[in-house]
Structures are given as structure tokens and as C-alpha cells.
Design a protein around this ligand. Structure first.
Ligand SMILES: C[S@@+](CC[C@H](N)C(=O)[O-])C[C@H]1O[C@@H](n2cnc3c(N)ncnc32)[C@H](O)[C@@H]1O
Length: 488
């Protein structure tokens, strides 16, 4: 009797409990919310191409293997070659040579689509601002648009004159007081959407791509790019979905190789670190990109910084697993782990190279894993504030550069707001607040030899940076990165 009651209770729990199949079927998982959000936003940005990116994001992720120079290098290289992997430096050099034999690379063009996208977003913006804030706001927004259009900056003028005139433009503008001093209006601050969080989608409140740059800007095409001699990075060719062996312990006790998203190698490589450079990795944890920079043996000093203590601990653990005697002899490896908010680091003018790999919507993670997902209902404000956080980190990190020093900004998001939009905001901030001007280093030419192993977004669709997009035969990314150099 007792036994049958137990069975009945279990049955009822199963039938009516939270794990009942009908409940599970109807449950909206956080990763589904993330996908619904991306479907809404990215379809408008990428059109039909979003469908193939979407499939790739949901399928198995592709990795590259970085050989650990503190382990048994030859043995690991031989093992990877035996398994059919190719050295990325060889792939790059051969592709480059082939391009030259075919008459040289095609000079890429930018920014046609940007205009179309921005026009579309402008229309959206008008409609949505009216809906959210009423007619009064339309008056302000259109006023702001006209005033910024009527007074264009002449970039050939001396900097001091430009600053003087720029401040005059600011004074003449009708700035919407509800939007703070955001003259460029890239996005509505998260504080302005209080109470609307439940139904807000990404594209409902962000406004980006201000076509008018109210700062002087030079764009230079980078002509030279090299994978450093000390780095041994291996990949399988496009279409080959073999996976790498699990790293094993070497005779020195460290792991043989490190597996990372293939597109993640590009931001630190784009930095083009030179021997004896002082390097700052602003958002370093869990540490893949810092590890790559250490493996190149190029930096004189690398400060690997992260604002999260827990993640700094993960970073230290990673370094101990891959760098021989890291804990005992940090000075030998010239790598220092620091736990600081990169928005307030104040070593201004100190670094030759800075990497800013910011927290973002981590698109691939968000559509696949519920845990630690930024699309959780409780994290809406944090998510909507991301562009503010990203631009504050980038703005401060630009100030850490020596004149002539370079910075690479990167995200693993497809969102134009978090990518070109944040770069635009930071360029505007450093000019307006500190008179710092930057040159965009356009990497679209030197990235072309990577086309044989990764899928890149057409530079026409981007304003400042490059982007590796998810693609089934080469399922890396997404990874956006933009290189800039501080003018003297
Ligand atoms: C995308 S992850 C960085 C990944 C890392 N670069 C790598 O290659 O492994 C972003 C990191 O930024 C850190 N972060 C967030 N806000 C920060 C801030 N204000 N200053 C410094 N780090 C921050 C997070 O703790 C997180 O570890």
C-alpha cells in the first residue's frame, strides 16, 4: 500500500512537476530568447545571409591549435601534421603568393552598405523614438541631425582650429536633454528605458552609425602583415571538420597545445607587436589572447588585466598550466596579471600596444548555452548597457597609448552597435574630451590571404573594422576587430 502511494506521488510529480514534458516543451530558454533577439536584429543588418550565419552559430565550432613553446614543440608539431593540420603561417604565405601570381590582391572598398544600413536604422529610429517619447523628441532629433549636417568639419584645418570650431558646433546644437550629452546619439542610454525592459529588443532602442563624424579621421590601408616566427598555429582546411586531440602533459609538466577559436588569433596578431613593446591586455581573462602574445616572445612587458577577480584567478591558472614556472618566475616571462577596471587605469601615454577585447553579447555562447547567458531576464540592464561599458573601456585605453602606439578593439559579437558603433563613439570621445586623433588602420587588404581558411564579412558592410563571420565550412567567429593608431 505504502509502496504504491510512493509510485503515485512520483507519477504526479512527473505529470505536474516542472520537469513534465509539456512544461519543458513550452519553456522559453534563455538561449532561445537570445536567438529571437538576433533574428530580429541581424536579419535587418545582414539580410538573407543571416540564415547561413544562424545555422553555423548553432553547429559545431571550429578551433585552431597553438603549440605551447614551453612544452615539447617538435613532438607536438609532428603530431598535428600527422593528423593532417596545416601551419597557419604557411597557409598565409602561400595564399599571399598565389594572389600575387594572379595579379595581386583586389583593393577592397568600404562603406556603401553602411549608408544603406544607417538610412534604414535612421528610419527605424524616427519611428521608435516617436512611439517611445512622443512628438517632442522628433523635433529634437531632427534638429540635431540638421545641425550636425549643416556644419561639416574641414579636416585639412589645423587641429586647434578644428577643436575650437567643433566646440562651437556643440553649442549650436539642440541637444535632447533626455539623452544626456550624447551629441552623436549612437544609442539611447539604458537608464532611459526603465520599465520597458520586458519587451525591448536590441534593435528597438539602439541607434547607431552616425554618418557625420565630428572628429578628424584618417584611414590608412595596412600593407604588411606577418604571423610572428615564434608562433606555431595549426588549422584544418576549409570544409575539414576534424577536431584536434586533447592537449597532453609535456616533459616540462605544461600542456602541449592550446585550443582556441581560429578567429581569436586575429586581434592579437593585428596588433603587430614588435620586440620590446610594452603591451596592455585590458580585458584579458580567461587568457587565450594573452597566452598567444606571450608565446610570440615579443612583448618586453605584458600586463594582463581583468576587472573580475574570479576571472583573474582563471587567467593565473591558465598561465600556470601553459607557461613553465610561471608562478615562480613571473619576471622571466615578463607577464603581470592585474585586477583593475580598465575604465580607470591611469598609466596614460605608457603603452606601445593595447588590446581591448571587451565583454559583449558573446553571440555563439548566447544561442547555445543557458548558463552565464547575458540574455537572462535578470541581466537585461547589464546587456543594454554593454555599448556604454565598451566605449568607456575603449576610450580610456586609447589614452594609455604612447603617441604612435596602436590599439586593437575586438568583440565576439555580430552587432554593429557593439562593433563599429562603439569605435565611432570612442573616437568621438577622445577627440572631444582630450583632443586625441586616431588613424584607422584598415586591415582588409592584409586579411585577404586568410580567406582560404576563414569567412570574412565584406568590408563594404563595415565602417572601420574587419569581421570573421560564422560559416559552416569554416565555423570560426564571430570576431570583429578594428586597429587604430594614435597620432602624435
Ligand atoms: C571577452 S572577455 C575577454 C576574453 C579574453 N581576451 C581572452 O582572450 O580570453 C571580456 C573580459 O572583460 C572583463 N571585463 C569586464 N569589464 C571590464 C572592465 N571594466 N575592465 C577590465 N575588464 C573588464 C570580463 O571580466 C571578461 O573577463
Amino acid at each position: 500500500m505504502l509502496k504504491s502511494r510512493g509510485i503515485l506521488q512520483t507519477f504526479c510529480r512527473y505529470k505536474h512537476g516542472k520537469n513534465h514534458w509539456s512544461r519543458l516543451e513550452n519553456k522559453i530558454y534563455t538561449k532561445d530568447r537570445a536567438m529571437a533577439n538576433f533574428d530580429d536584429f541581424y536579419k535587418n543588418v545582414f539580410g538573407n545571409r543571416w540564415n547561413s550565419m544562424r545555422v553555423a552559430l548553432l553547429c559545431e565550432h571550429k578551433y585552431v591549435a597553438m603549440i605551447n613553446n614551453f612544452g615539447d614543440v617538435e613532438k607536438t608539431a609532428a603530431m598535428l601534421e600527422r593528423d593532417g593540420a596545416m601551419n597557419i603561417r604557411d597557409v598565409y604565405n602561400i595564399s599571399k603568393k598565389n594572389q600575387e601570381l594572379k595579379g595581386g590582391p583586389v583593393i577592397p572598398k568600404r562603406a556603401k552598405i553602411v549608408k544603406e544600413v544607417s538610412e534604414f536604422i535612421d528610419q527605424q529610429k524616427e519611428i521608435e523614438i516617436n512611439e517611445l517619447y512622443g512628438e517632442k523628441e522628433r523635433y529634437h532629433t531632427s534638429d540635431l541631425k540638421t545641425s550636425s549636417k549643416t556644419k561639416e568639419i574641414d579636416y585639412k584645418k589645423p587641429l586647434s582650429k578644428v577643436i575650437e570650431e567643433n566646440s562651437e558646433i556643440d553649442c549650436n546644437r539642440v541637444v535632447n536633454p533626455d539623452f544626456g550629452n550624447a551629441g552623436l546619439q549612437e544609442f539611447v542610454p539604458a537608464t532611459k528605458i526603465k520599465g520597458m525592459e520586458d519587451w525591448l529588443l536590441e534593435s528597438d532602442h539602439y541607434q547607431y552609425y552616425s554618418n557625420t563624424a565630428d572628429f578628424p579621421l584618417k584611414i590608412e590601408m595596412v600593407q604588411e602583415f606577418k604571423v610572428p616566427e615564434n608562433l606555431q598555429l595549426f588549422t584544418y582546411e576549409k570544409g575539414n571538420i576534424s577536431s584536434f586531440r586533447t592537449p597532453s602533459r609535456c616533459s616540462t609538466g605544461v600542456f602541449s597545445h592550446f585550443l582556441m577559436d581560429g578567429a581569436s588569433i586575429l586581434p592579437p596578431l593585428a596588433l603587430d607587436i614588435q620586440p620590446n613593446d610594452y603591451v596592455f591586455d585590458a580585458c584579458a581573462a580567461p587568457g587565450g589572447k594573452s597566452l598567444l602574445m606571450i608565446q610570440s616572445h615579443l612583448p618586453k612587458v605584458l600586463i594582463s588585466n581583468d576587472s573580475s577577480l574570479g576571472r583573474c584567478n582563471r587567467l593565473t591558472k591558465l598561465m600556470n598550466q601553459f607557461i613553465y614556472e610561471f608562478g615562480e618566475n613571473k619576471s622571466k616571462h615578463r607577464c603581470v596579471i592585474r585586477n583593475e577596471d580598465a575604465r580607470i587605469t591611469s598609466e596614460f601615454g605608457s603603452y606601445d600596444k593595447v588590446l581591448v577585447d571587451v565583454p559583449c553579447t558573446t553571440d555563439r555562447h548566447s544561442v547555445n548555452v543557458d548558463d552565464n547567458n547575458i540574455f537572462k531576464t535578470g541581466r537585461i540592464k547589464e546587456r543594454l548597457r554593454l555599448p556604454e561599458l565598451q566605449s568607456a573601456i575603449l576610450t580610456n585605453c586609447i589614452k594609455l597609448l604612447k603617441p604612435g602606439g596602436s590599439i586593437v578593439y575586438s568583440t565576439c559579437s555580430l552587432s554593429p552597435v557593439q562593433n563599429d558603433g562603439v569605435v565611432h563613439m570612442a573616437l568621438s570621445n577622445v577627440f572631444k574630451d582630450h583632443g586625441i586623433t586616431m588613424t584607422i588602420n584598415d586591415l582588409s587588404l592584409v586579411m585577404q590571404p586568410f580567406f582560404s581558411i576563414m569567412k570574412f564579412e565584406n568590408p563594404k558592410g563595415l565602417k572601420y573594422g574587419q569581421m570573421v563571420i560564422p560559416f559552416l565550412p569554416a565555423n570560426f567567429g564571430p570576431m570583429y576587430f578594428c586597429k587604430m593608431t594614435r597620432n602624435v
